[in-house]
Design a binder for this molecule. Structure first.
Ligand code: ZN
Length: 70
């Protein structure tokens, strides 16, 4: 499964694997994810779909997570 984290404060989108420590099945990390700065999209079964969703968010900085590299 894949998730996309959208952060509108930093105009950023990141694609993660569900098992990634930053993703935590779409729940994120407690410290970073208060819900005020962004939101999780997903889960998506297909990697391609997750990338398409991320692209469609049209954030300035859109890429895959450097830690889990989906
Ligand atoms: Zn990740």
């Amino acid at each position: 499964m894949y998730f996309v984290y959208e952060n509108w404060t930093h105009d950023r989108a990141r694609i993660h694997r569900a098992e990634c420590g930053f993703c935590n099945d779409g729940k994120g990390t407690q410290s970073a994810d208060s819900g005020r700065n962004g939101k999780w999209h997903g889960p998506y079964e297909e990697r391609d779909l997750a990338f398409r969703v991320a692209k469609n968010l049209r954030r300035l900085d859109t890429k895959s997570c450097g830690t889990c590299s989906p």
